[in-house]
Write a protein that binds this ligand. Structure first.
Ligand code: ZN
Length: 478
């Protein structure tokens, strides 16, 4: 099935199309076009008051516990929104929810089951070989992940035949907010919240690192959260497999500056999963203090702020630094460490919290704690207990009590294999491989979904993605 036949789509306002989907929600209006928009909430292609009109600006997802009387409460049993199928009348229109570095995300209704899901358009996929490879890698990773604290692909939309194949759309679970929005909101953040968030970040990170994957852009905006405090790591646009050969150079154009590890700031040509742990340390401090820990204007100033806190590093911690960075540090005055200021972040900065924080914020990546070992720190015991008592999907409750899983922090079933990348040589070849990958991925699973290109929502979606793409490419030109 390629793009939907327009004759079927003129009455459908949802992004999704396709007579194959059956009449359940979508094309419900095929029998009664006049009432399609108003009665189903799916909107119409022609009405100016339909979802397209409402979808004019990005929605700011509800902050944690953002509902009436809400409040960032302790974790609840489960999220009703995610587990119940709404009636058509309850359905929200499709609309944009976020603009990441590598795509635009919309909140849409899956016409197969009525559930709200996130739809991400991966832009500029086939521009050049580098972008093709990056998208293919992200797509493969999203399909590889099987962990509750890592966002994964629920589905990929059916591609058209290869000559018309320009865009890739991925469906993931819809999350309500992200940690950046939570941190800057007036919502109170208790120590319990911080512990359960940090536990889940490290739990997801342990899984990623066990698969040999470096995320390379861990920041609050890439940590999605629900009102029940479940957290998932997302955006794998910069992720890659760990390079075990230390003589191979790795790009330094990674990690948002505030969360960038000192080894990247000092120009190390090779780095490890320790860079992600540094970012988590920065986020931990940000959760405690409700402000960015190292907020500098430039990479050099970023490094200066780090040495202000940690003190001048010993030469042994700068073996992989480039000459210029080492000279810059040694040229300046010798700085003593001032880690005691971490106690002033907030009342939650207890001895235990600061102890763990200081194990993550270590200048020398070889001496920095690993994600796996950080999980053994006593600070996280309560977070683990809370998560597995009422938030996780690996433990369950029976009449006699809670039955806990045998492995609280599971690792990946194997390493993510990126050997295929060595054989990729042309845009067309990768295009064919991606096309085949998506088609094979879908086989025999669910009714395939495709975009309804005639819908008003789709037109708005395309406008928003085009606007975003032009902004991104302008940025890249600089
Ligand atoms: Zn559990």
């Amino acid at each position: 099935m390629a793009f939907q036949d327009p004759s079927h789509s003129s009455v459908c306002g949802s992004l999704f199309g396709g007579p194959d989907l059956g009449p359940k929600f979508f094309c419900i209006a095929a029998n009664n076009a006049a009432t399609a928009g108003s009665s189903t909430g799916l909107g119409t292609a022609s009405g100016s008051s339909g979802p397209a009109a409402q979808a004019g600006g990005p929605r700011h997802p509800a902050a944690l516990g953002g509902g009436p009387g809400g409040g960032a409460t302790a974790p609840q049993q489960h999220n009703k929104l995610a587990s119940e199928t709404p009636s058509p009348a309850d359905m929200e229109p499709d609309r944009p929810i976020g603009y990441g570095a590598f795509g635009v995300v919309w909140s849409v209704t899956d016409p197969r089951d009525g559930k709200r899901v996130a739809l991400k358009k991966m832009p500029n996929v086939f521009q050049n070989l580098v972008s093709c490879k990056r998208v293919f890698r992200e797509l493969k990773m999203l399909c590889f992940f099987k962990h509750d604290n890592v966002l994964s692909a629920l589905d990929i939309l059916q591609p058209p035949q290869i000559d018309c194949f320009e865009e890739i759309y991925v469906i993931t679970e819809l999350m309500q907010s992200d940690l950046h929005k939570v941190i800057v909101s007036p919502q109170p953040l208790s120590t319990d919240h911080i512990k359960v968030f940090l536990y889940q970040i490290l739990r997801g990170l342990k899984y990623l690192h066990s698969a040999g994957i470096l995320h390379r852009d861990i920041k609050p905006g890439n940590l999605l959260v629900n009102s029940n405090c479940v957290l998932k790591i997302c955006d794998f646009g910069l992720a890659r497999v760990e390079e075990l050969d230390e003589s191979r150079h790795m790009t330094q154009e990674v990690v948002t500056q505030y969360y960038r590890a000192p080894e990247i700031l000092t120009g190390s040509r090779h780095y490890s999963s320790a860079i992600d742990v540094w970012s988590v340390g920065c986020i931990f401090a940000e959760l405690l203090g409700r402000r960015i820990l190292f907020q500098a204007q430039s990479p050099i100033q970023q490094l200066d702020l780090i040495t202000d806190l940690l003190g001048t590093p010993p030469l042994s911690a700068m073996l992989s630094a480039c000459e210029g960075a080492r000279a810059h540090i040694l040229r300046g005055p010798h700085k003593p460490p001032s880690l005691s200021v971490l106690y002033m972040l907030s009342d939650g900065a207890t001895h235990e919290a600061v102890h763990l924080l200081c194990r993550m914020l270590v200048f020398d990546p070889c001496k920095r704690i690993s994600g796996r070992d950080a999980l053994s720190h006593p600070y996280l015991d309560e977070g683990r207990l809370r998560y597995h008592t009422c938030m996780c999907r690996c433990c369950f409750t029976v009449a006699s009590g809670r039955v806990y899983t045998r492995d609280f922090e599971p690792v990946a079933s194997g390493r993510f294999d990126d050997q295929y990348e060595k054989t990729l040589t042309s845009v067309w070849q990768v295009k064919e491989l991606i096309h085949r990958f998506i088609t094979e991925h879908q086989q025999g699973k669910r009714v395939p979904l495709c975009i309804n290109p005639q819908s008003a929502a789709f037109k708005t979606f395309i406008r928003s993605t085009a606007w975003h793409s032009s902004k991104v490419s302008k940025k890249e030109e600089r």
